[in-house]
Design a protein around this ligand. Structure first.
Ligand code: S3P
Length: 166
């Protein structure tokens, strides 16, 4: 990877598509820093994503994401960034690096997520709304991404495919 700004590797996709698992492997394989935007916001705010949604509503959460995107643009290079599912829709991430979309059907996503994992994600509370959100977002992810990966394989395979594209 080059060392120019904007050289980060950014994973985007719907909730439960495997962004964090793939990012963890990529960071291990490449030796680069891994930043998970949800985890970073939780750490900073001292509360879970669900609590942020509860206290500040989705609007407040998006404002925090935008602030973080701005800060990452000025501080990160050569990092592996796993993003919250809505982040690329609400923040301009294109100047931060290359965007890799992990594409997985909605039904497969639901199968993957345990009850506990679903409960952490307020936008999955209502499954018919979540399905509509998925359909609406998928075309945006496809449009925004530099590369689209089929994510119905192991995180290791997806990570290897990404590495082969660099
Ligand atoms: C969201 C996805 C979540 C988290 C928040 C909102 C979204 O992250 O940022 O619940 O809008 O799709 P994951 O994609 O890691 O689940």
């Amino acid at each position: 990877m080059s060392s120019a700004k904007g050289s980060n590797l950014i994973l985007i996709g719907f909730m439960g598509s495997g962004k964090s698992s793939v990012a963890r492997i990529l960071a291990k394989e490449s030796g680069h820093l891994w930043v998970d935007t949800d985890s970073l916001l939780e750490l900073r705010e001292g509360m879970s994503v669900a609590q942020i949604f509860e206290q500040h509503k989705e609007e407040g959460f998006r404002a925090l994401e935008r602030e973080l995107a701005f800060q990452m643009r000025h501080s990160l290079q050569e990092s592996i960034i796993s993003t919250g599912g809505g982040m690329p829709l609400f923040c301009d991430l294109s100047s931060l690096g290359k965007l890799f979309f992990l594409d997985l059907p909605f039904e497969a996503i639901l199968e993957r997520l345990s009850k506990e994992e679903r409960a952490k994600r307020p936008l999955l509370n209502d499954l018919s709304k979540a399905k509509a959100l998925f359909n609406q977002r998928r075309s945006s992810y496809l449009h925004l991404a530099n590369h689209t990966l089929q994510a119905d394989q192991s995180p290791l395979k997806v990570a290897q495919e990404i590495l082969s594209l660099l």
